[in-house]
Design a protein around this ligand. Structure first.
Ligand SMILES: [Zn+2]
Ligand SMILES: [Zn+2]
Ligand SMILES: [Zn+2]
Length: 156
């Protein structure tokens, strides 16, 4: 029988630099903290302390991480110092907000005011659009080259 305690399958966390208590399938060992990997004492089953729970949830679950970032920033915008009530992903989350993911590490988050966040999002969209245009152009060039190479050129 396996001695692992299945908290939940979090495969992405196995490669996380913050979490030490999970194996490569995202499982914690029975009797050891899922956050820091230390042996559990007393009646603890998953976490050795609330700090370890906060380490995992506060860096991987968007709603937790977001609330902590705003609290730690004391609602100050990282750009202009104004009143911040929005949180921005430095490396964009691209639809992963609902997922348990390392994209929500607090080092990847910053508190922003509505105006700075809007400007930042617009800038990100422009970058994404120009990247997509470049990718399409490069694909078309490759396809053109492929066709040229497939043309039999016989010197008769
Ligand atoms: Zn711990
Ligand atoms: Zn601002
Ligand atoms: Zn992580």
């Amino acid at each position: 029988m396996s001695a692992t305690y299945y908290t939940r399958r979090w495969p992405e966390l196995a490669n996380c630099t913050l979490v030490k208590g999970l194996d490569e399938q995202g499982r914690s060992k029975q009797g050891f903290c899922a956050g820091c990997g230390a042996a559990l004492t007393g009646r603890r089953i998953v976490w050795c302390s609330d700090a370890c729970m906060e380490l995992v949830f506060g860096n991987h679950r968007w709603q937790y991480a977001r609330a902590i970032v705003l609290r730690e920033a004391r609602n100050r915008c990282a750009f202009c110092g104004g009143w911040a009530y929005e949180v921005d992903h430095i490396e964009p989350a691209r639809g992963r907000h609902g997922e348990f993911s390392c994209i929500h590490h607090r080092t990847n988050l910053r508190a922003l005011c509505h105006r700075c966040h809007k400007a930042r999002t617009a800038e990100q969209r422009a970058t994404d659009a120009s990247r997509a245009r470049r990718a399409r152009r490069e694909a078309a060039e490759r396809e053109g080259q492929r066709r040229r190479e497939m043309q039999p050129r016989l010197a008769i």
